[in-house]
Design a protein around this ligand. Structure first.
Ligand code: ZN
Length: 192
């Protein structure tokens, strides 16, 4: 990222640049509804894109998909059953991925198809926005702006205080709990 950037840029603009550099496609092709795999990203590219996004946005990307987190939180059979989404699973993903249409979730939805939704650029952008919203913007000790510290931390340049970033998995876990609370089913307690 050596060229100076015109402001203001959206999260999508900044993320699209990361993707374009990683998979070597014109940035114009990295639209909200494009899919990383269809743009040519393999699993290593996706790891690289996640790391670059962590540096660019000062966040910690989750290591597990929201479906995996939901399975951990809610137990087997709640969001998926025999390889297809349950009604709860569909409701959870619709809440999470507002761009999904009725058609997308009609009938039997194999989990494999749902996993492809997580390849959508707008899914990543929404996740990054969510993670940034959970990151402190200013130092709680002195109010100065924070900058990137060691991995997983923000550092105050004025007073040197460090602020831990909340992990993406923890943000997702909290989101699943709030979703289930809104939908009337208390999530089971877990040891984590
Ligand atoms: Zn400070």
């Amino acid at each position: 990222m050596s060229t100076p950037l015109p402001a203001p840029e959206t999260t999508l603009d900044r993320f699209a640049r990361i993707v374009a550099a990683s998979v070597r496609v014109p940035v114009e092709r990295v639209t909200a509804d494009a899919r990383l795999d269809e743009l040519g990203a393999d699993s290593l590219d996706i790891v690289e894109i996640a790391l670059d996004a962590e540096n660019e946005f000062s966040v910690l990307m989750p290591e597990h998909s929201i479906l995996e987190i939901a399975r951990e939180e809610l137990g087997q059979g709640v969001v998926e059953h025999e390889g297809t989404l349950t009604g709860t699973g569909k409701a959870l993903l619709r809440a999470r991925l507002p761009w999904l249409t009725d058609e997308d979730v009609a009938g039997e939805v194999p989990v494999a198809r749902a996993l492809a939704w997580f390849m959508r650029v707008e899914t990543w952008v929404a996740l990054i926005d969510r993670l940034m919203a959970e990151s402190p913007a200013v130092c709680s000790r002195c109010g100065h702006a924070l900058e990137q510290g060691s991995p997983g931390q923000l550092r105050c340049a004025a007073c040197g205080a460090t602020h831990d970033l909340v992990t993406g998995d923890e943000v997702n876990r909290q989101w699943v709990r709030e979703f289930m609370a809104r939908h009337g089913d208390a999530p089971p307690r877990t040891a984590t």
